[in-house]
Design a protein around this ligand. Structure first.
Ligand code: HAS
Ligand code: CU
Length: 572
């Protein structure tokens, strides 16, 4: 890699001066803080059941009883614990963190308050009502259907209603962002959308298009079925609806981390964004490519013809491209920062990065783990290799490197400046917070390596292996490894939560000691970014056309041949 020149002239061509900063009001801070509070509360409950899975794997016994048996007073079944873990950590922690974070990136990015803050409040309330509605049946063991809720497993109607509310609430918050953006655009017709708002808006639009899948699934199939208004459902069709949403869901989790990596991290690391154009291009590619590839989760489904699976496989390789672009741009930005800080030689910039910065280190470590998560994803996408890993513990190995690393570890790093910023406190025990990031990283390396290897050895996912009678001897050390990794992750999660709780309980700090919102400048003025990278119409059109082309024919076939014959099952 050649050194990036640090003397590139910055051309200033911004037409209207953009206010240098925007101070969030008390109300705005409280609203964002409340969303983070729900997110962290969900994480704190969801994380309790992580070690249950992991320790259960180890087959360890205490007093002659399987570890899982110890949880039995708390949980009716293994699957209830797994559902709590998946729904609270993968769906709730992420969604509430993301909407809260986007309230900040949209208002701060556009330097203006939300146009209709009450609309966003309404969205948040609908989301929270949904969360509570879904939580009741899960806690009552009436919805132990895991976070994918595949029929013919049947949950209580309240679970489905709750999920719809969470999604609709997030849509309403999205409308609040669009109206704000629309007004900003009217006032600033020729200005490039500030990057942190730009990435957040695209993520929200992608989310609204893609969640149509589960909206239709729940409203036309699962909900009426759970209310006995439909005699049965069509599980094949429902899986197709689900994965229409399920794959883009993973980018809904990832892109907020990318917003931070592009629009904040370079500044935090002491540098600038390497390329504003490449950053914007990646976000557009995600809008276009996130949805039309859900069949890569259905390679083994008998009801989807091979040709469609092949087309979706090819598009899956295409969607890896914007992440490769991101790897290039973010690493180049970090290199720029490291060289600004005096780094020399090929790799000498790496040790010069601010590794003691409690927000930077978690985000870089998240990126390092994501390199392996991404390689695993590209592996999964191969139609043939997928047959080896599908439904094995390789898959949870993959998604802990992605949603539990790229996303969650980045969110942790963001929370370490965001929570002090919102609450006017200084972070409690920053050294411990730094250690926490490394603990998460090390725990994840051990855990995910164990899970991937177990998968290659044939261990199934979603299975209480500790009590399975068929565990071959060569799984044993890997099961133990996974249990150790999972326990370290549990420690990491609770350290994170403790640090935040103690931080919030501290005395207010003087303004100068409270972290500011980091906003990275780009090496080249964003006004020099071509205008086609800041226009919605062409990209939205391509995105919708591609979805129609690549999902339309098969979806139409499945709908017109729908057979609502499957009764509901409760296997727990
Ligand atoms: Fe995946 C299954 C394919 C990305 C999550 N995935 C899952 C499931 C989840 C999930 C939850 O094709 C399981 C669903 C279930 O329950 O059944 N996935 C991919 C591909 C990608 C990918 C091709 N996945 C993600 C992300 C997720 C996620 C992101 C969550 C956030 N995935 C699959 C497939 C399956 C699947 C199949 C089905 C498996 C089966 O059979 O069930 C790609 O988007 C990945 C591209 C990523 C890269 C990496 C780029 C690296 C970067 C890091 C830069 C480094 C830095 C650090 C900044 C190419 C950007 C610098 C360091 C310094 C020191 C300077
Ligand atoms: Cu996917």
């Amino acid at each position: 890699m050649t050194a990036i020149s640090t003397t590139t002239p910055v051309v200033e061509v911004t037409p209207a001066a953009r206010p240098a900063t925007y101070v969030l009001s008390k109300g705005e801070k409280r609203f964002i803080g409340l969303q983070l509070l729900v997110a962290v509360a969900a994480l704190s409950i969801g994380s309790l059941f992580g070690p249950l899975q992991a320790l259960e794997f180890s087959g360890l016994t205490i007093g002659g009883r399987d570890i899982y048996a110890l949880f039995q007073p708390l949980l009716a079944s293994y699957y209830q614990g797994l559902t709590l873990h998946g729904v609270l950590n993968a769906l709730i922690w992420t969604t509430f963190f993301i909407t809260g974070f986007f309230n900040l990136t949209v208002t701060y990015g556009l330097r203006r308050p939300l146009a209709m803050p009450k609309l966003n409040w309404l969205g948040f309330i609908v989301m929270t009502v949904g969360l509570l509605t879904a939580a009741v049946p899960i806690l009552l063991n009436e919805a132990s259907v895991l976070y994918t809720f595949y029929p013919p497993l049947q949950a209580s109607w309240a679970f489905y209603v709750g999920l719809v509310f969470v999604v609709v609430g997030s849509w309403i918050q999205g409308y609040g962002f669009y109206i704000t953006y629309y007004r900003w655009r009217k006032d600033n017709p020729d200005v490039r959308t500030p990057l942190m708002a730009f990435g957040s808006l695209i993520t929200m639009v992608m989310w609204q298009i893609s969640t149509l899948g589960i909206a239709v699934e729940i409203l036309t199939q699962l909900l009426p079925w759970s209310l006995n208004l439909l005699p049965g459902v069509d599980p094949q069709l429902d899986r197709t609806y689900f994965w229409f949403t399920g794959h883009p869901l993973v980018y809904f989790w990832l892109l907020p981390a990318y917003v931070s990596w592009y629009a904040m991290l370079p500044k935090q690391a002491g540098g600038k964004l390497f390329s504003d154009s490449l950053a914007r291009f990646s976000f557009w590619m995600f809008l276009v490519l996130s949805t039309p590839l859900g069949f890569h989760h259905q390679f083994t489904d008998p009801g989807v013809p091979t040709i469609w699976k092949t087309i979706h496989a090819v598009l899956t390789y295409a969607v890896a491209f914007p992440s490769l672009l991101t790897a290039f741009t973010v690493v180049a930005s970090l290199e720029y920062a490291g060289r600004q800080r005096g780094g020399k030689g090929l790799l000498g910039w790496i040790p010069k990065l601010p590794w003691r910065d409690v927000s930077v280190t978690p985000q870089i470590l998240a990126g390092v783990l994501f390199i392996f998560g991404g390689i695993g994803g590209i592996t999964n996408a191969s139609y043939n290799i997928n047959l080896v890993v599908h439904n094995t513990s390789w898959v949870p190995g993959h998604f802990h490197l992605t949603v539990a690393s790229a996303t969650t570890l980045s969110f942790m790093g963001i929370a370490y400046w965001l929570v002090p910023h919102l609450t006017h406190r200084t972070l409690w025990a920053p050294k411990l917070a730094l250690a926490q990031a490394w603990i998460w990283f090390i725990g994840m390396v051990i855990f995910s390596n164990g899970m991937h290897t177990l998968g290659l050895l044939g261990a199934p996912r979603r299975t209480p292996l500790g009590i399975a009678p068929y565990v071959p001897a060569n799984w044993e050390p890997r099961l133990l490894q996974t249990a150790i990794g999972g326990s370290i992750l549990f420690l990491g999660a609770y350290l994170f939560i403790t640090i935040l709780v103690v931080t919030v309980l501290r005395k207010p700090a003087p303004a100068a000691a409270v972290p500011e919102i980091p906003e990275a400048q780009s090496i080249q003025d964003p006004q020099l970014t071509p205008q086609w990278l800041d226009r919605w119409a062409p990209w939205l059109t391509i995105a919708i056309l591609l979805i129609i082309l690549v999902y339309g024919p098969n979806l139409l076939y499945q709908i017109t041949n729908m057979q609502n014959t499957s009764p509901g099952f409760r296997l727990w």
